[in-house]
Design a protein around this ligand. Structure first.
Ligand SMILES: [Zn+2]
Length: 63
């Protein structure tokens, strides 16, 4: 099974404060979370992020 690069596979999150998107590379399923409190490099602090979907080469948006 070929390994994909990390940049191609992860959760796509959107900062609710500044609207910027970031990737979160975790192996577990976070789709049960409605929102996730995580560091935003643009805001320079932890902010609430909306989970947009899971990206595995292409983006699979959450319902
Ligand atoms: Zn932000």
């Amino acid at each position: 099974m070929p390994l994909k690069s990390e940049e191609d596979r992860g959760w796509v999150l959107e900062c609710e404060n500044c609207g910027s998107e970031r990737m979160l590379y975790v192996g577990y399923d976070i789709s049960d979370f409605e929102k996730i409190y995580i560091f935003c490099s643009k805001c320079g602090r932890n902010t609430m992020h909306r989970i947009i979907g899971y990206k595995d080469g292409e983006l699979s948006p959450l319902e």
